[in-house]
Design a protein around this ligand. Structure first.
Ligand code: 13P
Length: 263
């Protein structure tokens, strides 16, 4: 199980799925499913990361119904305002009560040519706006074969944390690219090994307190059937879930992993 002082974090990256009406229905249903199951809010932090166009609607629902999910965005601009057509600024997200923003997801690295420099600039932009960056790192199948599991994620994390102050709060998500959307999750041991190494990097760059406090998540084909295995590992503090995060019963079951962690 994750270390005592770190609240487990189950985060749903919806990617480009669910419009704002579907988003409201989904969040409401997830809330009810967890209530019906007697889930105690507070034992696990639940995060939802909808597309930008849904955020205002989800924020309004969370606020009106006093639903204790954390809200996050999937991206932000490196700039805080200005002539950047199509971009969304960190301060706008903070105004919508977003707490987190995903940065460096492999899909942005691959389809939007975001390199380590852009990722580092986005981490700085998030922190300037009071948002907690969820920094995604991970190796491709090719990297894994050539360099082993940790080399690329470690290099990506070092670059992302460049210039970050020791007291800053960040979340790290280890997402092996070969495991994303493939149905082929890493083994709990593989996830543990890389997550522990990444925690070491946090310690080296931000200090021992940050290493102890920072949540390191695993992501890549997480399902209700494999979450318990990951959460048993000492350096895995939660999951960044893609496909299974937009299925109400699946995501509710993942959030309730503590009920089946012994299985
Ligand atoms: P899947 O859970 O669909 O493999 O996606 C993982 C992911 O990319 C989360 O950010």
């Amino acid at each position: 199980m994750g270390a005592v002082n770190r609240t487990p974090f189950i985060a749903g990256n919806w990617k480009m799925n669910l419009d704002h009406l579907q988003a409201v229905a989904f969040v409401q249903k997830l809330h009810w499913a967890l209530k019906d199951a007697g889930h105690e809010a507070g034992t696990v932090e639940v995060g939802v990361f909808p597309p930008f166009t849904d955020i205002r609607s989800v924020q309004t629902l969370l606020d009106a119904d006093k639903i204790e999910f954390s809200l996050g965005a999937q991206d932000l601009s490196v700039h805080d305002s200005g002539a950047y057509t199509g971009e969304v600024a960190g301060p706008f997200l903070a105004k919508l009560d977003a707490k987190y923003v995903i940065i460096g997801h492999s899909e942005r690295r691959e389809y939007h040519a975001e390199g380590d420099d852009v990722v580092a600039a986005k981490v700085q932009a998030a922190l300037r706006s009071g948002l907690i960056p969820v920094i995604c790192v991970g190796e491709t199948a090719d990297d894994l074969e050539k360099h082993g599991a940790s080399a690329v994620p470690v290099a990506q994390l070092r670059a992302a944390l460049d210039g970050v102050a020791a007291g800053a709060e960040v979340v790290v998500a280890y997402e092996p690219v070969w495991a994303i959307g493939s149905g082929q999750a890493a083994t709990p041991q593989q996830a543990q090994d890389v997550c522990a190494t990444l925690r070491g990097v946090v310690g080296e760059l931000l200090g021992p307190d940050a290493a102890a406090a920072t949540r390191v998540l695993y992501g890549g084909s997480v399902k209700s059937g494999n979450i318990a295995g990951f959460m048993r590992e000492p350096d895995v503090d939660g999951a960044l879930v893609g496909g299974a995060s937009i299925l109400v019963d699946e995501f509710a079951a993942i959030i309730r992993y503590q009920k089946h962690v012994g299985v």
